[in-house]
Design a protein around this ligand. Structure first.
Ligand SMILES: [Cu+2]
Length: 600
């Protein structure tokens, strides 16, 4: 009896243990093979070409002959090797917006801070890894206002463990931009003169993926202009779900982005995944990025995609000859090819009459964030505009206008001269010798909004407020704020952001309105200089400062309108680069073509 009882107990225990194993086996996820990082090589050939994005022909500063430039697609963990072949006729530099560049500060692409510019007819190779970031990014020239002339494109970093990968079927990259029919040297010469009275250059149009139409009756007679140049068209397959990666590459204006009759779910803010949040309109400021999921679940037809320029943010009474209602077409497969007749989401008067930002307090991180409970240091900044001695409106950060010292970047002063003191016009607003948690409180002293961008980091947005409010430091959100790299400071309002200063390097903190950058609304942080000094920058990067002529001549050189491939090229450098990198290069016809064009 005792024996049999004992046996049955053992049997039960055995069965339970087997069941337990079975449950464990069933519950265990199928082991996915881990992604093996790769080296992805790209070639960005910069040269001028005559293009007509909206039907109005102008000299565009292209990347590989196109505007916008090619989209670079990589996967988290990859190494990016980016050959920048500069045939613009002037020097340049490329910034990879949103990337941490940990250990590679010299590839952040900021003349005067992290590098000397790449001279004309020279190839320079940026080489960095993306070990811990994924999402929607972009690259652009960080020299003068060259990105506004066209030197830009998207970078997508895919995440093998994207929590939403089963929630969408296709991805679409959408670049929005205000657009100018004059080159920026003309616009800047006027803007930075007393005559402009500080009024920013007025865009002539807005573009979606480099296309729009323009009413040619507004064009000066001597210019080539074609009416109805055509809109961007996005083909949707009925039933499919699309992840739209939206990037605002404007010089000045924010956009209100929407698709008629299609709600959209925000899932990403600048590399941070968010919980799904349904909206009808996405307000996106300069240099910001969002991913939204849109489902093609309407009757087969055509729908307007709208990107309304928020002109009220900078021009109280609008702009003559600017159609701020920028459009593209969402075409369902099987529909006719007539223009859509759909109507936008019901108008909201508050939106039309005011300059507003997306209510990002509705966005919540997908993965819980460990926000430090308090900061080690708080930096207070007043950003404003004041007239200088020449009666020109200049951007000021705590009363100081930034002056770029192109031939003497801050990083060189740290690496080679052990310098600790900097000219006041270098706007070094933080110098951190140890890892610290930093709060920045920015007050906006003017009636225009400023989308501020921090290089080398993302920051938590703890709070912001409109005109007439002040930060209540006891009510900041340290529980579940979003984390991003570019945030709007409302007109005459404020923002409080928190970040961890633990990335050795020189990091720019600036308004991303390109006109304001040129007016001096720029500051910089120096982080862990002793750690930076332990790192060895590459020899070809050091060479840039030796090769660089006086970059201020650029403003004069740019006035010669050159097109297509420029004159004589630096054959030695090109052949050397070709030999150097042959092992790393995947076979790339474009690359070969570029070298061929450069050599002969
Ligand atoms: Cu600004």
């Amino acid at each position: 009896m005792i024996l049999s009882k004992s046996l049955s107990l053992w049997s039960i225990l055995c069965i339970l243990s087997l069941l337990n194993s079975l449950v464990f086996i069933l519950a265990s996820p199928v082991k996915k093979r881990a992604y093996v990082p790769e080296t992805k090589t790209f070639c960005l050939h910069l040269y001028k070409a005559k293009l007509s994005p909206d039907g109005f022909e102008r000299v565009v500063w292209t990347v590989n002959g196109t505007y916008p430039g090619p989209t670079l697609v990589v996967t988290k963990g990859d190494r990016l090797v980016i050959h920048v072949i500069n045939n613009l006729g002037v020097s340049t530099s490329i910034h990879f917006h949103g990337f941490f560049q940990r250990g590679t500060n010299w590839y952040d692409g900021v003349p005067g801070q992290t590098q000397c510019p790449i001279p004309n007819n020279t190839t320079f190779i940026y080489n960095f890894t993306v070990p811990d970031q994924s999402g929607t990014f972009w690259y652009h020239s960080h020299h003068l206002a060259q990105y506004v002339d066209g030197v830009l494109g998207a970078i997508i970093v895919k995440d093998p463990d994207d929590p939403y990968q089963n929630d969408y079927d296709e991805e679409v990259v959408i670049l929005l931009s205000d657009w100018y029919h004059n080159e920026t040297f003309t616009l800047l010469n006027y803007y930075l003169s007393p005559a402009s009275k500080g009024l920013e250059p007025r865009p002539d149009n807005g573009l979606i993926n480099g296309r729009n139409i323009y009413n040619c009756k507004w064009a000066p007679v001597s210019y080539k202009c074609i009416d109805n140049a055509g809109l961007s068209k996005f083909n949707f397959v009925p039933g499919k779900r699309y992840r739209l990666r939206v990037i605002n590459t404007s010089a000045l204006l924010s956009f209100t982005f929407s698709i008629d009759e299609h709600a959209m779910d925000v899932i990403e803010v600048e590399g941070m995944m968010t919980k799904r949040h349904t909206i009808h309109r996405l307000i996106i400021n300069v240099a910001q990025r969002y991913s939204v999921i849109v489902t093609a679940d309407k009757l087969v037809s055509n729908f307007w995609m709208r990107a309304d320029l928020q002109i009220k943010c900078y021009y109280a009474i609008g702009i003559e000859h600017l159609n701020s209602y920028v459009k593209a077409i969402v075409h369902y497969e099987g529909a006719n090819h007539l223009d859509p007749t759909t109507k936008g989401w019901a108008e909201n008067l508050n939106r039309l009459n005011n300059c507003i930002d997306l209510n990002t307090s509705d966005l919540k991180p997908f993965f819980p964030e460990n926000v430090p409970a308090k900061s080690d240091q708080t930096i207070y900044l007043n950003v404003s505009f004041e007239k200088d001695a020449s009666n020109v409106d200049r951007g000021v950060v705590n009363g100081s206008t930034y002056a770029v010292d192109v031939d003497n970047p801050t990083i060189n002063q740290i690496l080679f001269k052990n310098q600790t003191l900097f000219q006041p016009n270098q706007n070094v607003i933080g110098h951190f010798n140890t890892s610290q948690v930093i709060d920045i409180v920015v007050y906006n002293g003017v009636t225009g909004e400023h989308p501020f961008h921090l290089h080398g980091h993302t920051f938590w947005v703890l709070g912001s407020g409109p005109v007439g409010t002040k930060p209540d430091f006891s009510k900041l959100n340290i529980f579940d704020p979003i984390k991003r790299d570019t945030a709007t400071i409302p007109p005459e309002g404020w923002i409080v952001i928190r970040f961890e200063a633990n990335n050795p390097g020189i990091w720019a903190f600036h308004c991303h309105i390109e006109w304001h950058v040129e007016a001096g609304l720029v500051a910089q942080f120096i982080e862990l200089p002793h750690e930076l000094r332990k790192l060895k920058p590459p020899a070809d990067w050091e060479q840039l400062c030796i090769k660089s002529p006086n970059p201020y001549n650029d403003l004069i050189l740019q006035s010669e309108q050159r097109t297509i491939i420029d004159d004589m090229r630096n054959v030695d450098t090109l052949i050397k680069n070709l030999g150097w990198n042959l092992g790393e290069l995947e076979f790339n016809w474009n690359y070969l073509l570029v070298y061929f064009l450069n050599i002969f």
